[in-house]
Design a protein around this ligand. Sequence first.
Ligand code: GLU
Length: 446
Amino acid sequence: MTVSLDATLDAVLRRNPGENEFHQAVKEVFESLELLHSRHPEYAEAAILERIAEPERQIIFRVPWVDDEGKVRVNRGFRIEFNSALGPYKGGLRFHRSVNLGIVKFLGFEQIFKNSLTGLPIGGGKGGSDFDPHGKSEGEIMRFCQSFMTELFRHIGPDTDVPAGDIGVGGREIGYLFGQYKRLANRFDAGTLTGKGLSWGGSLVRTEATGYGAAIFANEMLKAKGLDFEGRSVLVSGSGNVALYSIEKVQQLGGVAITASDSSGYVVDEDGIDLDLLKQIKEVERGRINEYAERRGGKAKFVEGGNVWDVPGEIALPSATQNELDGESAKTLLKNGLIAVAEGANMPSTPEAVDLFQEANIAFGPGKAANAGGVATSALEMQQNAARDSWTFEDTEKRLTDIMVNIHDTCAATAEEYGRPGDYVVGANIAGFQKVADAMLDFGVI
Ligand code: GLU
């Protein structure tokens, strides 16, 4: 990197000690921006990078709640309002025991560029808590969500900051959060949260959007190489909302999704995942993945604690969590004939894995481009809320598809323009950054 980019990166790393995931996300973006900065000195002159890496506002708060035994519990809540150059802060809430400031900041930072790539008027933010929903009762989850919102509600609103779901936050949690928001604010501000239930302001396709979008993005990358999904084996990790609907879209596109996983291990089903069964276990019963193999009548195998990337397949859609696919896994995948990766999760591939994929010249779609369909459809939900309208599934899905194709084409064209054809990382980072940076230039020093 140039001396000035290096110095800026060093300053960001020093100012945010111990925030490893945030460092990783910032480094990747800064490395991609070298080419842009050499052509556009105005960004460095206005210290855009220094400003973009510093959240506009960081909120950290206590979340006390009472468990079913009557014991008082305390969690930590976060909301990082990272950048509002393009619109209200927008991004999900993650409830997981691993959540800390560095994780929320990496997610918020990624969200700025992802949201910019959607072409829709949304800034970047992220939040969550180290609350672990596993094993908690309905009542405990409701009381936790109510306590969390009791503080968060004063910071959010349809034109200010619009949270949604992420790991550990789905339709049920959004319901409890919205209920408490509505009660405290004494307003039915539908556009304050997205991922809502369909009868109270939610959008069709929002549930499916991230997974559908990742598969559509993968399909566009394959098309650019003259290939398609037809008959190809696809490895999917995770079994949450992103994984389930990636599998659904892969199947619609003619691919054969053969794996899914959770924290206990993974399943392989060479005939193709039985999606109705997997949805029943994961969405309805909230069960473990081994039950899938048990109920599949000998057709599928469960591997306890194993690495899903050991399974041979041609296309990988990592859809679980950050840094789930490391250099060793990347080597195994490449040896087994991998041709494309589209990240359904946020930053699931380690920097070593990304380097290996790119050296091998396979199609690699980074999360901020490949998984942008979720937040894009959240922005469509906001549009419907603002118009007090609701669109059909077909209409909404068509818009999602157009957005994903457009993101793919923008990343590809930008990579080309900067002399790195086929490099979707550089394409996504430059295209995502430039729009935000130009808006920031217009606003002056704020
Ligand atoms: N959590 C999702 C993401 O990582 C969606 C955020 C949203 O819909 O606001 O993009």
